[in-house]
Ligand binder design. Structure first.
Ligand SMILES: Nc1ncnc2c1ncn2[C@@H]1O[C@H](COP(=O)(O)OP(=O)(O)OP(=O)(O)O)[C@@H](O)[C@H]1O
Length: 228
C-alpha cells in the first residue's frame, strides 16, 4: 500500500532523512518509533509532499507520490491527523466534518457512531471542545476524506489516560474495518498491542523493522532506541 524507499529530505542545506525505507501493508497498522528529533515528523512531511524528498521514492498502491504537490497527494488517499489537532475553532463539530468530506464510505453518521461524544456536541463550536474531543474531531475529519492511508502523528499526546484509551479503541475499530494506518506515538504498550509492523528511526535512518512480538521481546532494543 504505502512504500518509501531510500527517502532523503532536507531543510534547506541541512539533511534530516538519510534513506528511509518504510512500508504499510493493506489493512495494516504500522508505526514509526524513535526519540525526539530523529525525523518522524519530517518523514510524515516527506510523505505529504511538504518536505519533498530529494532522493528516493514514495508510492501508494504503486502510484508515485514523490514530486506531486501536497493537495494531489492528499487526494491520492493520504489522510493526516497532524500533531496538535488543528480543528477549525469557530466552526461547529458538524461543519468541521463537512469541510473535508469527500465521497466515499465515511459519513457524518459513521463518525458520530465511532465517537458518540461528538454527536452529542454536533452543533457546538469546535474551539470549545476539550482537548480529547478536539482530537476525536481531528480524526473524524481525516476519515471524512476517505483516506486509503490514515496517518496519526502524536494523536494521544497530552491527553488524559481515559481519553487516550478511547482513541486507541477507535484505532482498533478502524483496523478491524481494514483501514491502513501509520501511527507515530510514544505509548509503546498500546502500539505493541495494536500494530502489525514497527519501524525505528534514529538520526534520519530506519535502524530496525519488525513485528510486535519481536519488539516486545527485545528489551535492549527498546532501551537503546526508544529509551523505554
Ligand atoms: N523547519 C526545520 N528547519 C530545520 N530543521 C528542522 C526543521 N524541523 C525539524 N528540523 C530538524 O530535523 C530533525 C528531525 O525533526 P523531526 O521533527 O522530524 O523529529 P521528530 O522525530 O518528529 O521529533 P519530535 O518527536 O520531537 O517531533 C531535528 O533535528 C530537527 O531539529
Amino acid at each position: 500500500m504505502l512504500r518509501l524507499s531510500g527517502v532523503e529530505s532536507f531543510y534547506g542545506a541541512s539533511q534530516v532523512l538519510f534513506g528511509i525505507d518504510l512500508e504499510v501493508g493493506a489493512g495494516e497498522v504500522a508505526t514509526l518509533l524513535g526519540r525526539n528529533g530523529m525525523g518522524k515528523t519530517t518523514t510524515v512531511r516527506a510523505i505529504l509532499g511538504l518536505t519533498p524528498p530529494r532522493q528516493g521514492e514514495i508510492a501508494l498502491d504503486g502510484q508515485r507520490l514523490d514530486g506531486l504537490p501536497p493537495y494531489r497527494i492528499a487526494r491520492a488517499g493520504i489522510g493526516l491527523v497532524p500533531e496538535g489537532r488543528h480543528v477549525f475553532p469557530t466552526l461547529s463539530v458538524r461543519e468541521n466534518l463537512i469541510a473535508t468530506a469527500r465521497g466515499g464510505g465515511w459519513t457524518e453518521e459513521r463518525v458520530f457512531a465511532l465517537f458518540p461524544r461528538l454527536s452529542e456536541r454536533a452543533g457546538q463550536r469546535a474551539g470549545t471542545l476539550s482537548g480529547g474531543e478536539q482530537q476525536m474531531l481531528a480524526i473524524g475529519r481525516a476519515l471524512m476524506t476517505n483516506p486509503r492511508l490514515l496517518i496519526l502523528d502524536e494523536a494521544t499526546e497530552g491527553l488524559a489516560p481515559l481519553i487516550r484509551e478511547e482513541i486507541w479503541r477507535c484505532v482498533e475499530a478502524l483496523k478491524a474495518d481494514g483501514q491502513a494506518i501509520l501511527l507515530i506515538d510514544k505509548n509503546i504498550d498500546a502500539l505493541l498491542r495494536l500494530a502489525d509492523r514497527h519501524h525505528i528511526i534514529e538520526k534520519g535512518r530506519i535502524v530496525w523493522t519488525g513485528g510486535s512480538a519481536e519488539l516486545a521481546a527485545d528489551e535492549a532494543l527498546r532501551h537503546r532506541y526508544l529509551g523505554v
